[in-house]
Design a protein around this ligand. Sequence first.
Ligand code: NDP
Ligand code: MG
Length: 393
Amino acid sequence: PIPRSVSIFGATGSIGESTFDLLMRAGGPDAFRTVALTGARNVARLAEMARALRAEVAVTADPACLPALRDALAGSGVEAAAGEAALIEAADRPADWVMSAIVGFAGLAPGLAALRHGRTLALANKESLVTAGPLLMETAKAHGARILPVDSEHSAVFQALAGEEIAAVERIIITASGGAFRDWPLERLAGATVAQASTHPNWAMGQRITIDSASMFNKALEVIETREYFGVPPEMIEVLVHPESLVHAMVGFRDGALMAHLGAPDMRHAIGYALNWPERGHLPVARLDLAQIGRLSFAAPDPARYPALTLAREVMAIRGLAGAVFNAAKEAALDGFIAGQIPFPAMAGVVEEVLARMSAQTGLGIATISLDNLQGADREARGLAGAVIASAR
Ligand code: NDP
Ligand code: MG
């Protein structure tokens, strides 16, 4: 069933728009109550969505955008608010179902706040599990909250696991398209441009996640997410290159059975699954015509082409603050590539060096992580990555 009340954090983004689309198709303000919608810069669209869903409050993360948001909401009856504290206040308001779709580390705090109130959190924000997996899962457990995965691979694993015992699982396989450079000769990668890295063979997504698909940093984040969300040891998690992007994940059981989840590459499937869970909704996504598709192919990822996957293994071995450092260094390296400061293959080297230096200095594998020490690690890793990039130029 559609929940009675909903909030969307990151409503103006790609996942937020898809969530909005599903909610409007489900009956919009006549079918349920919208509590909070949040965005950052795109206040015109935020206000439009808030009016359409008759939200209680619209929040922009950027205080400088508050006057524009107020103007856009004039006469609508929707409250306007801005800033980090307002995001938390919005997460404190009672809602049955909360979509976490802010991009980056900024998505963690509102998600944690929603969990502390025992809400159901539909989790798209990858950085939450990668940087703070144990904190997130423990907070959910302590407050009787539920986290439903929205990243497509994790939604696929979740669906393949329905009715099964995690103890019967022998391995979890998540698939990767291989990204823009899957078939490029390795020696050409150093000359890859930002525009070339920003095209995805199958999924339409934001530029950053698309480049992360070409480098497989996105898959590296997803391997860590899998480890944290499903609580399985790293050696049980495998990555397969699957250029068609139709099988999103497979769960292997001790009896040899492999349950695969197939679907069109459209995020509305995973979002709709989380929205309707434990039932299935009626989705506006394409049906797969397998007879027409004809064949599906799979290959092992080449570690020389995708060093990010090896780095993910290091992060999982350390845990503690390693996920936060990995994520922050990856963000900084990606900024460096986009700004033309480092070539495409150098991103992995930057992340590797930041991880190595910071674990030598402070020992990242501490047992207790908090929002405070995560923020500290995030800042330090970004600074160090900046220095590594500057010295490489
Ligand atoms: P987008 O960049 O499209 O949207 C991000 C959203 O967050 C926007 O609403 C944006 O507001 C808002 N935002 C940006 N910066 C801040 C900030 N500092 N504080 C608060 N809000 C902010 O991202 P996506 O929708 O693509 O992705 C969202 C999350 O979901 C990411 O973690 C991503 O990795 C994950 N994900 C995305 C998938 C996809 O298909 N796109 C698939 C699986 C996971 P505004 O636009 O108004 O500035
Ligand atoms: Mg994914």
